[in-house]
Design a protein around this ligand. Sequence first.
Ligand SMILES: Cc1cc2nc3c(=O)[nH]c(=O)nc-3n(C[C@H](O)[C@H](O)[C@H](O)COP(=O)(O)OP(=O)(O)OC[C@H]3O[C@@H](n4cnc5c(N)ncnc54)[C@H](O)[C@@H]3O)c2cc1C
Length: 333
Amino acid sequence: MLLAADWGARGSATIGGAIATNAGGNQVLRYGMMREQVLGLEAVLADGTVISSMNRMLKNNAGYDLKQLFIGSEGTLGVVTRAVLRLRAAAAFTQSALAACADFASVAALLDHMDRQLGGRLATYEVMWRNFYDRTHAVASPPPLPPGQPFYVLVEAAGSDEEGDAAAFEAALGAAIEREMVTDAVLARSGRDRDAFWAVRDNIPALMSLAPIRTYDVSLPIGAMDDYVADVLAAAAQRLDIAQAAVFGHVGDGNIHLVLGLGEYSAARVQAADRIVYERLAPIGGSISAEHGIGSEKRAFLGQSRSEAELALMRHLKAMLDPKGILNPGKVI
Ligand SMILES: Cc1cc2nc3c(=O)[nH]c(=O)nc-3n(C[C@H](O)[C@H](O)[C@H](O)COP(=O)(O)OP(=O)(O)OC[C@H]3O[C@@H](n4cnc5c(N)ncnc54)[C@H](O)[C@@H]3O)c2cc1C
């Protein structure tokens, strides 16, 4: 069986932390975020009341679904002490490929193409901009594809028919090459090949060459992504003289991570960089936090992604459930 939750912190994240942050990760496209993996939970309120909502059913519309209060609220409304998690049948076989694309229009077209061709088996669609891949590829020797291409896509499908699924995956990728969505590609022929793809994608430590850095986790429509990234990088270069950046993310979920090399670190430069990244999101329907949450760092920008009425209800809930403000004070709201 499979708990469909997988991300870079897989070796250290706890179930409670993953629920509190509604973590996303690498398989959201197919299975959803942590919220979709939780059937029930138990939480302790600020006054010590234990709310036991250990539902085991997929459907339960008996009144308010109280577990949702504690999923993604970053420990500000209660402490999660137990949970009922939804397990799925684990896919027996995974097909994996790394593809290079000449432009972002091809990245978006390839996502649509693979999704249609694979009939619901598309599990992962991770994209690395050149400024990311060129820094991380050396972790694999030799690298799966040579550096220098504008975009790299790590695409995976999961299913149970080893031969049929592999043939369909290869055919879909072949058609993408013929239709010039893809300029170069390599299929994983072994677990080792697949591990090499993921080693490059997960080689976040290589980005420390940009230090001091500021990292961002934003979501926005895929159709707006290319212009948004270009606009942010141009503004960062023009206003803050930021020349170094790396961009990657779960593009299939409309989620990208931007890493800006600040050059020199100061509170004023951080604030200016935050404004450049966040203020462009509301007009295109994006969010200042796709999956990492608000914490204390993004609290000042919450109004960029939520209306006054939404913020007022959040404050009301917080005041009602935690009147003394003892649960994660200073976080989220
Ligand atoms: C290398 C790396 C890669 C990552 N990649 C991703 C990714 O791809 N997608 C993604 O979504 N996230 C990612 N993350 C962040 C990840 O979501 C968190 O690390 C993890 O889910 C949080 O679990 P934790 O146990 O570490 O929680 P902590 O970091 O300890 O806590 C997170 C928050 O939850 C609260 N909390 C913790 N436990 C509870 C509880 N039992 N009840 C109530 N509140 C609680 C804490 O007070 C805190 O506010 C990544 C992190 C790292 C380090």
